[in-house]
Design a protein around this ligand. Structure first.
Ligand code: 5GP
Length: 263
């Protein structure tokens, strides 16, 4: 599938058009940003790992009946995806209190939430993606009540599936952000809601079950170091990165020799 014109460039990804008007190519960059672009860096290999991890997670969700935008992974950095009109909303699910929830409401860090907490943020960089209520979504026509009802159900289902998937590999799914869009279904000749964007250590908080070591983008946000090693650890535990893989062997550019210990 040949890449056409660049349609959009975000902080971590680029979208290119293809010859098919309903399909686009999603390219994963190595760029990392935090605090609404105030902190920026290039992390060699991050795009490759997120492409692979997100492909794995979205494929697993698809096997459970969740509709996603993913068609297939094309290469180390690119996926063929269905073109979707993205809702201007970030859907956040929290299982354990941390991050902005603890700052905003003074909830103690690490509090186990009785049931998953759903939050909505307005996707608007200039405004720092502010927290919004469902009423804002309906008032400003960002999605309908029917759409949100269906998205909420799917989001909780995704949380259940992913909590189990990560628990099985010794990782706590603390919280995550997902996005949805409307994509053309050519068989049914309707637009349908699909899970879009990515699910990766950039968009989730993942803690080692025993040690609570952070295996996600908080390593970048909080200057904890070993970011790539943490993302590789997630990939390795998911079984999508062979034991003893040396990051330099997968052509990430810069040589960062890491050997995983065999269990
Ligand atoms: P918080 O609101 O605590 O900063 O983030 C909650 C969860 O959503 C975290 O897993 C965080 O990674 C994810 N998240 C929230 N907003 C964004 C965003 O703009 N970009 C990315 N990559 N993740 C986000």
């Amino acid at each position: 599938m040949n890449k056409g014109t660049k349609l959009y460039e975000g902080k971590a990804k680029i979208i290119y058009e293809t010859k098919d008007k309903n399909l686009v190519i999603q390219h994963f960059k190595d760029d990392a940003t935090a605090f609404n672009n105030l902190k920026k860096s290039k992390i060699e290999g991050k795009g490759v790992l997120n492409n692979r991890i997100s492909e794995y997670i979205l494929s697993n969700l698809a096997q459970c009946g969740i509709k996603t935008h993913l068609v297939k992974r094309l290469n180390m950095r690119e996926q063929l995806i269905r073109k979707a009109e993205i809702f201007p909303i970030e859907f956040i699910v929290r299982n354990i209190a941390t991050g902005s929830l603890t700052k905003r409401l003074g909830i103690p860090e690490g509090t186990l939430l009785e049931k998953p907490l759903l939050e909505y943020c307005y996707k608007k960089d200039e405004l720092n993606d502010p927290l919004i209520s469902k009423e804002h979504i309906y008032s400003f026509g960002w999605a309908t009540e029917k759409e949100i009802e269906s998205i909420d159900k799917t989001t909780l289902r995704i949380n259940d599936i992913l909590t189990g998937l990560f628990r099985a590999i010794g990782i706590k799914l603390v919280d995550f952000k997902i996005e949805y869009g409307k994509a053309w279904n050519k068989d049914k000749e309707i637009k349908e809601i699909v899970l879009a964007d990515e699910i990766s250590p950039d968009t989730c908080r993942l803690w080692d079950s025993k040690t609570e070591k952070k295996l996600d983008k908080d390593r970048f946000r909080k200057d904890l170091g070993n970011i790539i090693q943490a993302y590789q650890e997630v990939a390795r535990r998911l079984g999508i990165m062979p034991e003893e893989t040396n990051i330099s062997e997968v052509n990430f550019g810069k040589t960062i020799p890491i050997k995983f210990k065999k269990k």
